[in-house]
Design a protein around this ligand. Structure first.
Ligand SMILES: NC(=O)NCCC(=O)O
Length: 387
């Protein structure tokens, strides 16, 4: 958890400091709408959240009424959380402790009517890839089809009629026991309808993930569900506009971005990237980041000259949701577990495509031609030299 001196929320810092016309103007320019369209949360859930130390926030993104299509209303939820017990405890104990805290938040999401829920990257374990140690961290790797996380969430998906996206460390026992960073999609009947493996693996700061797994081999799948067409762009993939683009080309209406990233490295990018992707691709994006500081038993080094250390510096939460028109929710806390809910009218995707026409003006043919040349080893950049 964060220390008392840590900033709790950038959004609250600003909104508490402003009022009246100034606050309205801030909201209009920063969030893209004067009202955040807050949804009321049931009293019992607020109490339950307080007792169990998690925040709940809910907002609405309405669309224009259409003559032919009915509104397509879906409630999306995202969960950000810290780990539950220290990282030197047995693997199974750590995982079960996280399950128990997540179970309570999922129960709350269900009671608030969430249809699709996404957890954070590698949600059922500490983000131990900084250490480069294989033991015990590889033991958290599990089957996408019937590993402990999938079995745990399947039951809840059925019980609550909810689609659950479960980003885990995957062990593919069928294909050489290989390890992947994978988001498993479980439908409301408890069936694993597919998975997506992280396409871009970071090699920056303490993010030493390539020691454990390589770039994914599942392309850019979009899953057709009872609650719209959904996709998952895992963490570092958010820095790659073409990764976002491909989910859009495959027809996604909501793209979840389960992440694990720390202050000092990326906090100034966080509010920009998933929001920009929603705008550029006319879909909803849900950016999720874990919270807390994770301390590991042994010291590890970084590629950036820092002295050896045991702590993965502060995961800053701040999960948020953006609509295709670029308007966004305030972020969740920087330091506390949380459940963020947004009621989306998926009709907004097409309405914004019709308004801005980004799909029609994007000139894919031009870029295909240029890119197919740029990937050749003897490519010569198109530069007009100085005289
Ligand atoms: N989990 C992960 O890919 N983190 C990399 C750091 C970042 O993308 O901000």
């Amino acid at each position: 958890m964060g220390t008392a001196s840590e900033l709790q929320s950038l959004d609250k810092l600003v909104s508490n400091a402003l009022s009246g016309q100034d606050l309205q103007e801030f909201n209009r320019i920063h969030y893209g709408r004067i009202s955040n369209h807050e949804l009321e949360i049931k009293k019992n859930n607020i109490l339950f959240g307080n007792e169990n130390h998690f925040e709940i926030a809910a907002y609405k993104f309405p669309a224009n009424k259409e003559e032919i299509r009915k509104p397509r209303i879906v409630k999306a939820g995202v969960i950000q959380n810290s780990i539950a017990i220290p990282t030197d405890q047995p693997v199974t104990k750590q995982r079960c402790a996280i399950f128990e805290k997540i179970r309570k938040i999922i129960e709350t999401a269900a009671d608030e009517g969430v249809n699709i829920l996404c957890l954070q990257e590698a949600w059922s374990m500490p983000f131990a890839f900084c250490t480069r140690e294989k033991q015990p961290w590889c033991e958290f790797a599990e089957s996408a089809l019937d590993g402990p996380s999938t079995l745990f969430l399947k039951e809840l998906a059925i019980k609550y009629g909810m689609i659950i996206i479960s980003p885990i460390l995957e062990r593919d026992e069928v294909h050489g026991d290989t390890i992947w960073n994978t988001a498993v999609v479980i439908n409301e009947m408890g069936k694993v309808i597919g998975k997506h493996r992280k396409n871009h693996i970071p090699r920056v700061g303490d993010f030493n993930e390539s020691t454990y797994y390589f770039e994914g081999n599942t392309g850019h799948p979009v899953f057709e569900t009872s609650f719209g067409k959904i996709a998952v762009n895992i963490c570092y993939g958010r820095h790659h506009p073409l990764n976002w683009l491909m989910f859009g080309i495959n027809g996604a209406e909501i793209v979840f971005n389960p992440s694990a990233t720390v202050a000092g490295l990326s906090e100034h990018l966080w509010a920009v990237e998933a929001r920009n992707a929603a705008i550029a691709n006319s879909y909803f994006t849900c950016a999720i980041n874990r919270v807390g500081t994770e301390k590991f038993p042994n010291e590890f080094t970084s590629g950036d000259g820092k002295t050896a250390h045991k702590e993965f510096g502060h995961f800053y939460g701040s999960s948020y949701i953006t609509a295709p028109d670029g308007s966004r929710t305030p972020g969740l806390s920087r330091v506390k577990d949380g459940l963020l809910i947004a009621e989306l009218d998926l009709n907004l995707c097409r309405q914004i495509k019709d308004k801005w026409g980004f799909g029609m003006t994007q000139r894919l043919d031009l870029y295909v031609n240029s890119l197919s040349k740029a990937v050749n080893h003897d490519f010569e950049p198109q530069v007009v030299p100085r005289d």
